[in-house]
Design a protein around this ligand. Structure first.
Ligand code: NI
Ligand code: MN
Length: 226
């Protein structure tokens, strides 16, 4: 069984009971996080792009848990320079891990290194297989038609989609993304953390349910079993 725990914004912990993964570990400074960075113990830290609200506590978590950072090449190189163990991938590339596999997808957004100045490589979305379940974490992105291809080539059990608007897709575009991806279940993310991304996730949930697809609005600390 795969268990997913939400920590607010775009941060999710995922475990198959044996391997612990965390995606976009923005815990310190995240107004919704109910845990401290020292409370989570990942084996893998997966990062979609270098913006502070996604890179977050990556360095500390990787070092204190001897966890491997999985990210694009530029961020992976940065992580290695800070003394972290890393496995770098790039868009379209997939690699096997003891828990399953990870593939990077495109994401239309920006990316800097955590210094907020240096080039951070292309931002990415994450396709992840763990415990036989396929999860798509879109990262920060606008809507793109290639989501249709992602949905066609993968039976997605769970899609984690940004709905905050302003920096990423808003609810209407994210509902269109659901139409393209045809996942079994959807969880909205990247909303209400900051004033410019204020949304009512239930409005989005209605748009998803109207397509006959399950949508679960998670609060920070909630868990979901797949
Ligand atoms: Ni971003
Ligand atoms: Mn963001």
């Amino acid at each position: 069984m795969v268990k997913l725990t939400y920590h607010g914004h775009s941060c999710f912990e995922i475990t198959d009971g044996q391997h612990n993964l965390i995606i976009d570990p923005f815990i310190t400074g995240n107004p919704f996080a109910k845990v401290k960075a020292g409370d989570v113990h990942p084996n893998y830290v997966i990062v979609t792009h270098g913006h502070g609200d996604h890179w977050g506590d990556t360095e500390q978590l990787a070092k204190s848990n001897h966890a491997t950072v999985i990210s694009n090449f530029e961020l992976g190189d940065y992580a290695a320079r800070q003394g972290c163990t890393n496995h770098s991938l790039h868009i379209g590339g997939k690699a096997n891990f003891p828990f399953g596999w990870v593939k990077l997808t495109i994401a239309h957004h920006g990316s800097t290194l955590p210094d907020e100045i240096s080039y951070g490589g292309n931002p990415a979305g994450i396709l992840l297989n763990i415990g036989g379940k396929t999860i798509y974490h879109a990262g920060d992105t606008g809507l793109f038609l290639d989501m249709k291809l992602i949905g066609e080539m993968n039976a997605i059990d769970l899609a984690l989609l940004p709905i905050g608007d302003n920096y990423t897709m808003g609810p209407v575009d994210a509902a269109k993304a659901v139409e393209f991806l045809r996942p079994r279940q959807v969880v909205p993310m990247h909303y209400n953390t900051f004033p410019p991304i204020k949304q009512d996730p239930n409005d989005f949930a209605k748009l998803v349910r109207a397509q006959g697809i399950e949508c679960t609005v998670m609060s920070s600390g909630d868990t979901l079993k797949l």
